[in-house]
Design a protein around this ligand. Structure first.
Ligand SMILES: Cc1cc2nc3c(=O)[nH]c(=O)nc-3n(C[C@H](O)[C@H](O)[C@H](O)COP(=O)(O)OP(=O)(O)OC[C@H]3O[C@@H](n4cnc5c(N)ncnc54)[C@H](O)[C@@H]3O)c2cc1C
Length: 476
């Protein structure tokens, strides 16, 4: 082995001696990968094709001890450190340029205790891994809408999806974690053990350590839910979006109706004349009693005159993959996101105006309907503060040609600017881009000082800084 050049936490260049490197490699049971290794190129890839970073070293961790060894090695060398769960975060913080990347993709186990309705989930598990194992017992926890997303990053930032209005955020169903903190200690954080750390990891992202195991409370769901899509032509946008807003303000917790505004994909139930034209899509999940689904969803078909619809009982795990084809990895992506406590007429008009200017066929604006159980948890009960977000808008700039970088990013930024007067101050850290470090404090609002104090206690040197970073509190 040769000595290794790497970047420190302060971005200075330093070297690790071969003997130290060999000793570290021997401690990581999944092995370490360097730039010369065949597996390196694949291992450094993440979902967002814009992210092209080259870590000095990748540690393939397979268990708690591997993670402890990697954290201690990075701390001892002051090495820039990142943690990769499912690799989906838009900002690409999973990959440390010139540093050490802890790669969890070898730890994808999910173990369900059907009697207790709980699950232990390893930090490399994807949503599809979790849904598959839980649904084998007719159980589920609220997760996101794209099955290749990592459970780890999604959970640590909050986590919402089709079940959130009924069962809360993903973190509202978290019973505890095993976590390696910056001092290399493996701790259990739960309501009973290290409660402050448990408070902080529920929304505080990867700021407090490396989670090696999550334990969740599950709920009976499906196996079929009444779900599907209703599509309206863009000419009816104002009427149907106002009807959606009025309907969703009073909808029961079992029902979630999200809207996606984009050029219509060639879905089999849409006439060819609509393909490639702007449309308003309502994506719907009723997770209550299956027999009551048709009636609960019926009003969505009456918002206007739909151009197509596909609704009915669908396997829950299947609907969890419904959006995968539109969100495949590798494309260039830039997102901007705002939270709304209500959708005013002016906010709806702003959405319509900007969907009229989509800069490419894969670009879209989606608005998730939240509220329900998520909103009934107090904002200071967990680190996640944005409980008042009844709607979260995500502007998806998505394209393939680097020549379009500025065009798409400028569009997304303009939508964000125009949305801001209608939105709340809070944001969702799981949707913030690499240039939005300035939004972190607002995203945590009144919880930010407490998070900074917890950061000082558990990571005073800010070893875990490749994230939407919470600066350790100073002094005292
Ligand atoms: C296509 C797509 C769809 C999405 N849909 C939703 C959705 O419906 N709902 C929703 O809530 N979010 C959604 N998200 C956002 C998603 O929650 C975040 O991107 C999340 O960070 C993904 O987690 P990951 O493990 O895949 O990401 P990674 O990029 O691997 O990790 C993100 C960050 O999390 C931290 N981290 C990861 N693993 C660990 C660990 N074991 N210990 C400590 N820190 C860790 C690190 O700081 C890392 O930089 C979506 C994202 C994409 C790209």
């Amino acid at each position: 082995m040769q000595s290794l050049s790497y970047l420190t936490l302060d971005k200075d260049v330093r070297q690790v001696r071969p003997a130290e490197l060999e000793a570290f490699a021997a401690q990581v049971s999944g092995g370490v990968i360097g730039m010369a290794d065949a597996a390196y190129e694949e291992a450094r890839k993440v979902w967002n094709g814009m992210v092209d970073r080259r870590p000095a070293l990748i540690a393939r961790c397979m268990n708690d001890a591997d993670v402890q060894a990697a954290v201690r090695f990075a701390a001892a060398h002051q090495m820039l450190l990142s943690v990769r769960g499912g690799g989906h975060h838009i900002a690409g913080n999973a990959v440390a340029e010139g540093g050490l990347m802890i790669d969890m993709s070898g730890m994808r186990g999910v173990s369900v205790d059907a009697d207790r309705r709980t699950a232990r989930v390893e930090p490399g598990a994807l949503l599809s891994d979790f849904d598959r194992e839980a649904q084998a017992h007719g159980l589920a926890v609220p997760l996101g809408i794209n099955s290749t997303t990592g459970v780890a990053g999604l959970t640590l930032g909050g986590g919402f999806g089709w079940l959130t209005r009924r069962y809360g955020l993903t973190i509202d169903n978290l019973l505890g974690v095993k976590i390696v903190t910056a001092d290399g200690q493996l701790r259990t954080a739960s309501a009973q053990s290290e409660p402050e750390l448990f408070w902080a990891v529920r929304g505080g992202g990867g700021n407090f350590g490396v989670v090696t195991s999550f334990e969740f409370q599950l709920h009976p769901v499906g196996p079929e839910v009444y779900s599907g899509l209703v599509v309206y032509p863009f000419s009816q946008a104002q009427k149907v979006l106002r009807a959606w807003r009025d309907f969703t303000e009073k909808a029961p917790d079992e029902l979630s109706v999200w809207t996606v505004m984009r050029q219509a994909p060639p879905l089999p139930f849409l006439p060819e004349s609509v393909h490639g034209k702007e449309v308003v899509i309502f994506a719907i999940v009723w997770c209550g009693e299956l027999a009551k689904g048709e009636q609960a969803v019926a009003p969505v078909l009456k918002f206007g005159e739909p151009v197509g619809s596909a609704l009915g009982p669908t396997p829950y795990a299947g609907f969890q993959t419904a959006f995968d084809p539109l969100l495949a990895p590798g494309a260039r992506n830039y997102w901007k996101s705002n939270n709304f406590d209500r959708m005013s007429d002016a906010a709806i008009d702003m959405l319509i105006e900007n969907v009229g200017k989509l800069p490419g066929p894969a670009c879209e604006i989606f608005v998730a309907q939240l509220g329900g159980a998520m909103a009934r948890v107090k904002p200071d009960a967990t680190a996640f503060v944005g409980r008042d977000a009844r709607y979260i808008m995500n502007v998806h700039g998505r394209w393939t040609d680097p020549a379009d970088d500025d065009k798409v990013r400028n569009w997304a930024r303009a939508v964000f600017q125009q949305a801001a007067p209608h939105a709340t101050a809070s944001g969702y850290v799981n949707f913030l881009t690499e240039d939005e470090a300035g939004r972190v404090a607002d995203s945590y609002g009144a919880n930010y000082p407490r998070l900074r104090a917890a950061k000082r206690r558990f990571d005073p040197d800010n070893l875990f800084r490749m994230n939407l970073n919470i600066a350790p509190a100073q002094g005292g």
